[in-house]
Ligand binder design. Structure first.
Ligand SMILES: [Cu+2]
Length: 494
């Protein structure tokens, strides 16, 4: 019994000792806490007893959780979300700053950085609404099948024999020559460029090509796509100027008359003649005249210098210019071949508009340069001549034995169907440039310049009321703005 009592006593003693030890330990550890962690203000956070530091909630940092992590961003119509720090945008807006009005992107997605639609491969357009597989494909002349060449050539011949919807006196084909001539006449009378030597040079000709391509399809019943002539590709040149296609060079024994191919002298008649003072009398024949690579006129018109076609590096140089165009919006600034895409593409090389040429201009010159014919007496043609449009305009003197080919006098150069295939390449290079990042809508001037230059100006002569009565003219707009998106106009280049 005593032993038992003793055991219990000892047991209780041990318990007591253990309890006291724990109490002391606990008190000691509390005393340690008080020693290491001074109370600090943690604002929206809590003090961590292990580290003594503040544990802060998401979005806050700093010793006292006093720093709100979200950088302040402008949310425009929206509000910044304190948890995510991003903008919560109201319906109808997207983007990092709620700046983009929502647009329908169909098969694509709207890019919040640009606000525009990113389209999947094979789709294009502002709303990714264009299925590219449905577009007309304008091919390199060398890639045309024999049947495509036949269809194209026949359509051009039919167009030449079809009465024009725009004129009681002209053929449908010749109306396109006349549109071009009217633009050049207006330039000379008004003293500023229409269709040429100005920012509207690319869109003005894009409109002409679409009208022409549509007309070919209309009169032939075939869906015709214009071929293009890649000047830098010898195979393209060879294919285009073959006897099955456009015919070749002029006949040196016949004042360079075109004597082969479907548009030869006895199968194609020219009805509209140049009225440009510098060319009157130099291109008198009612048939196509070509003299490949002959000389171009210098500043004094004749004699000139030999020309060659643009190379890949010349074309790439124009494509590398990021500015579409700039003041003085013409051909008079010698620095502009390297600073204005339009100036470079149109083909001026220096500040002399009639001086050295390149690109588009040299293509005209290469097909149809200056040459001499035998005459009984060489004499100088008069220095001025009366014109049917703006009265007397001074002209340079030129010997009476000088001739030019059909593509040379600017006004009536579409008399040679090569014009349209040459200009398809000009249009293709513009299209390539437009496909570069940021260039799709890149056109200046937007406003404030001469009539016909600005983004939303109507282009002469497409805006003439009687022409506007023809349904074909109204299928697409007649402003530079309406010509910018070539896919929306129904075609692409291979
Ligand atoms: Cu032109």
């Amino acid at each position: 019994m005593r032993n038992t009592h003793n055991f219990i006593h000892r047991f209780y003693g041990l318990f007591l000792l253990l309890g006291l030890s724990l109490l002391v330990l606990t008190i000691e550890s509390c005393e340690d806490d008080d020693d290491i962690c001074p109370a600090i203000e943690c604002n929206t956070g809590t003090q961590n007893p292990d580290t003594c530091d503040c544990d802060c909630p998401t979005g806050f940092s700093g010793v006292n959780c006093q720093i709100e992590d979200c950088p302040t961003i402008n949310c425009n119509t929206g509000t910044q979300n304190a948890d995510t720090c991003d903008c919560d945008c109201p319906s109808g807006f997207i983007g990092v700053n709620c700046e983009c009005p929502v647009i329908e992107c169909n098969t694509g997605v709207q890019n919040p950085a640009t606000c525009s639609c990113d389209c999947p491969d094979g789709f294009a357009g502002v709303n990714c609404e264009i299925d590219e597989s449905t577009l007309k494909v304008r091919k390199n002349a060398k890639d045309m099948t024999p049947q495509e060449i036949i269809d194209f050539v026949n359509a051009v011949l039919i167009l030449k024999a079809t009465p024009s919807p725009y004129s009681d006196t002209l053929s449908y084909y010749d109306s396109f020559v006349r549109f071009h001539q009217m633009a050049v006449e207006k330039s000379k009378c008004d003293g500023f460029g229409v269709a040429h030597t100005n920012p509207a040079f690319p869109p003005w000709h894009r409109k002409l090509l679409i009208l022409f391509e549509d007309a070919l399809s209309e009169v032939s019943g075939n869906d015709i796509a214009l071929p293009y002539w890649d000047w830098s590709d010898q195979a393209s040149t060879d294919a285009l100027f073959s006897s099955a296609f456009l015919g070749g060079n002029g006949d040196p024994n016949d004042e360079y008359a075109l004597n082969d191919g479907p548009f030869r002298k006895d199968n194609w008649q020219i009805n509209l003649f140049t009225i440009l003072p510098n060319y009157v009398g130099l291109n008198p024949h009612p048939w196509i005249v070509r003299n490949f690579g002959a000389t171009i006129a210098g500043s004094n018109n004749y004699p000139g210098y030999a020309v060659s076609l643009p190379t890949i590096s010349e074309i790439d140089n124009c494509l590398s210019i990021t500015t579409y165009d700039m003041a003085p919006w013409d051909c008079s600034n010698g620095a502009m071949p390297n600073t204005s895409f339009r100036f470079c593409l149109e083909g001026f090389l220096d500040g002399d508009c009639a001086g050295a040429q390149a690109m588009h201009n040299i293509g005209h010159d290469w097909i149809a340069g200056f040459f001499e014919v035998p005459v009984s007496t060489i004499e100088m043609l008069p220095v001025s001549t009366s014109n049917s449009f703006c009265g007397n305009i001074a002209r340079d003197t030129v010997p009476n034995n000088v001739r030019v080919g059909s593509m040379e006098p600017l006004d009536v150069s579409p008399n040679d169907p090569a014009f349209f295939i040459h200009h398809a390449n000009v249009d293709r290079i513009w299209a390539q440039w437009q496909d570069m990042p940021g260039n799709a809508e890149n056109y200046v001037p937007v406003s404030g310049q001469a009539g016909g230059y600005n983004l939303n100006d109507n282009m002469y002569p497409y805006d003439i009321p009687s022409f506007q009565m023809v349904p074909a003219m109204m299928v697409h707009g007649d402003t530079p703005a309406s010509m910018l998106d070539y896919r929306a106009l129904g075609y692409k280049y291979e």
